[in-house]
Design a protein around this ligand. Structure first.
Ligand code: SF4
Length: 735
């Protein structure tokens, strides 16, 4: 059926917009040649080839980097990688151009009035250490919240570890993790229900499944090298169900698609659960043996009749019942959750409902069963360090502060933002984009209140413009270290070429800083290998991940890997349905969260708020295959051929009443403000829904990649752990 729908149209149009201007239901394809870049330079034209990996997404493609005269001339996917078989996407390929960009910052810069003055790395490091230590001196009773770091440090796992050690050991706990804007909600829900914040299986198990549900997971665009697993599964007869309010390139790789209104997935799942329970289609024996909280779930799901769920989700009743019966019949089902499930204000409840659905059909553990998150979860070492330091705070937050919406009581980024707005934060280590947060202009205002901002970036972008000191970082080919991926795998990246100018690796900067501010208390680590070993020796789940093995392995080793010689753990994380909870059962009852329910997303025009009704369309946003969020791929001219700045995709029905036609400029407006965007009319998206890509941003000299950050108009609403990016109200007017 999906094959019937496949229509090839111009590469540029598909890749640029993921949409069609015509009214036809043709589905965009991510051209295979673009999504899975391969190719080598002839061996006689290079000096060496180095095993490496991409530093963008968690597919974590391992690569081979070709070097000539100490310069990278080519990168291609490592064909020996089991997960990717040599696949890559254009983002990874763009790293060659980005590394040699004429716009790249190569030396530390100190702001002096309106000028930037070049200084040495040693001088820059001294300034940072001095500023941090001065905070402790000036505020001896109250210094902890006055120094903060915006993670992630995506150069390597070692960088994250030493940055955490450097600040935490000096008494500064405020590290804003990427989970705040990403999968923090879904990871938390998995942890609460199953004991581990991780995918419960790996993608190879799709081949053993009977049904694979891609719930909001647009794999073809976000994780293109994994499409081959989906295609192989379908060739074996696995039914692929895709749940997404837009038809996307992933539609071409699915057997059926369900299109719910954004932000209503939780209601849809509760509707499915109700059908399973009322029609006695669930596995009673499994539930009795392995699940706590079934009664509460049944009581909660009872009101989610097909009529009600259809009204909420816009999915026809018969499709809801049909899907529930299909899932009941499927003996082996994997649900692969997209990042969007985590980016709404009812995310934790929705992911709890996903766990409940899989529990009722006995599909949490075993071959061809499980739940995959868009990211596999953090490795044991980091979790252990985090647990030791943050356990008390996290527990308090989960148990007591879930209802707290006030910024002062919140965890992580929201607390830092509050501190910045109150002018309490004195030093900020800006290691990533502030524009990834909702209400980004407010975040910018907060950062402008900080006395001293250090930026660890690559270009003179929006973050650099807020900094007092810039210490440029190294890019992927210029540093070594481990990184982890969606298959719980750890891979090792070898340095291919030396850092250019006076750029400095994250691991080196934070080790140097740690030694300066913690003196001899800081571990005497001098390279990524020593940092890696420090973690491995403290993390029982990593014992078998020796450097010797990792450096040779083109695929990476999936943890848990508890002993040397252990092959690593693929497939199910919970053999025999023994979960990592206290009593080893699935916990569907968490008193602090109440019953599993669905709530209208904050700011939805269908909610209670009268103001929200002024914004009658539903806002959604997302990634495109060519850009890594709103980060530095915007500086790639190669990517520009696929970009066009701010645009919106809407159904012709949506536009017809507004006097808008395809190609018009329109204002996309939310309660926070508006941006100007080109209109793409397409039947591929539900009427009433607006979709826009997340990559545009200012400051880049590449005009096609340039635009206004959409996060400047996304209101700052949060679920318990991470922020909302979808499901609230917006409107379109002619510009
Ligand atoms: S961005 Fe992801 S899919 Fe693309 S090359 Fe990098 S790791 Fe692979």
């Amino acid at each position: 059926m999906a094959k019937k729908n496949r229509i090839d149209i111009s590469r540029r149009r598909f890749l640029k917009a993921g949409a069609l201007a015509t009214g036809a239901l043709a589905v965009p394809s991510v051209a295979r040649g673009t999504a899975q870049v391969r190719g080598t330079a002839p061996p006689n034209r290079i000096d060496r080839e180095v095993m490496s990996c991409c530093q963008f997404c968690q597919v974590r493609c391992t690569t081979l980097v070709q070097v000539k005269d100490e310069k990278v001339v080519n990168v291609y996917g490592n064909p020996a990688n089991t997960w990717t078989k040599g696949g890559m996407c254009p983002k990874g390929q763009s790293l060659v151009e980005l590394a040699y960009s004429p716009h790249r910052l190569l030396y530390p810069l100190k702001r002096e009035g309106t000028e930037w003055k070049r200084i040495s790395y040693a001088a820059a490091l001294d300034i940072v250490a001095e500023k941090i230590l001065k905070v402790r001196e000036e505020f001896p009773e109250d210094y902890a919240r006055r120094v903060a770091l915006f993670a992630p440090l995506w150069e390597s796992h070692e960088s994250e570890i030493v940055a955490q050690m450097a600040l935490w050991m000096a008494g500064f706990p405020e590290i804003c993790s990427s989970g705040d804007t990403c999968i923090g909600n879904s990871a938390t829900a998995l942890r609460l229900c199953l004991g581990g914040a991780l995918s419960t299986t790996t993608v190879d198990e799709a081949l053993n499944a009977q049904t694979l549900v891609l719930w909001g997971a647009n794999i073809a665009e976000t994780y293109p090298p994994y499409i081959r697993w989906i295609d192989s599964a379908r060739e074996k007869g696995v039914q692929v169900v895709y749940v997404d309010p837009r038809r996307t390139p992933t539609t071409n790789h699915s057997d059926r698609q369900i299109m719910p209104r954004p932000g209503t997935d939780g209601a849809l799942i509760l509707g499915l659960i109700r059908v399973l329970i009322t029609e006695q289609l669930y596995d009673r024996e499994y539930v009795a043996r392995h699940v706590n909280g079934f009664k509460e779930l049944a009581a909660s799901a009872d009101s989610y009749t097909p009529e009600k769920v259809s009204r909420i989700t816009w999915v026809p009743q018969e499709k809801i019942v049909e899907l529930a019966r299909m899932l009941a019949k499927s003996k082996r089902t994997i649900i692969w959750m997209g990042g969007s499930l985590s980016r709404v204000t009812n995310a934790i409840q929705t992911v709890r409902a996903v766990v409940a659905l899989q529990a009722l059909t006995a599909n949490l553990s075993g071959p061809g069963k499980g739940i995959m998150n868009m990211q596999g979860g953090k490795p044991g070492g980091l979790e252990i360090l985090e647990e030791k330091i943050r356990a008390r705070e996290l527990r308090e937050t989960l148990q007591e502060k879930f209802q707290a919406r006030d910024l002062a009581g919140a965890l992580g980024f929201r607390k830092v933002l509050f501190g910045m707005l109150q002018k309490r934060v004195k030093v900020l280590l800006l290691n990533s984009s502030y524009r990834r947060y909702p209400d980004a202009n407010r975040v910018r205002t907060g950062i402008q209140n900080v006395d001293f901002v250090v930026y660890r970036g690559f270009f003179m972008d929006e973050e650099a413009q807020l900094a007092h000191l810039i210490i440029p970082g190294t890019m992927a080919f210029e540093s070594s270290g481990s990184q982890y991926g969606a298959q719980r795998q750890v891979v090792w990246r070898n340095r291919a070429v030396p850092p250019p100018g006076e750029t400095v690796e994250d691991w080196r900067f934070y080790s140097d800083l740690g030694k300066k501010i913690n003196k001899e208390a800081f571990p005497p680590v001098n390279n990524p290998e020593e940092i890696f070993e420090l973690v491995r020796k403290n993390a029982p789940t990593w014992t078998g991940l020796t450097l010797e093995r990792l450096k040779k392995d083109p695929t990476g080793i999936s943890w848990p890997c508890p002993a040397e010689g252990h092959p690593g753990t693929l497939g199910t994380l919970y053999p025999d349905n023994r979960f990592w909870t206290d009593d080893r059962k699935v916990q569907l009852s968490t008193p602090a969260l109440g019953p599993i329910e669905w709530a209208e997303p904050e700011g939805s025009p269908f909610g209670e708020s009268a103001e929200a009704k002024a914004f009658p369309l539903i806002f959604t946003q997302g990634k495109v295959v060519q850009h890594w969020q709103h980060t530095y791929t915007r500086w790639s001219a190669y990517m520009a051929q696929f970009s066009e700045g701010n645009y919106v995709q809407v159904n012709p029905q949506t536009a017809s009443g507004l006097g808008l036609k395809d190609g018009d400029w329109a204002y996309l407006e939310t309660e926070l403000g508006k941006i100007k965007a080109r209109l793409h009319l397409s039947e591929l998206i539900l009427p009433g829904v607006v979709w826009t890509p997340s990559y545009p941003g200012g400051s880049t000299p590449v005009k096609e990649n340039s635009g206004v950050s959409i996060n400047t108009i996304i209101p700052g609403n949060w679920d318990k752990v991470s922020a909302q990016y979808n499901g609230f109200g917006c409107r379109l007017t002619k510009a």
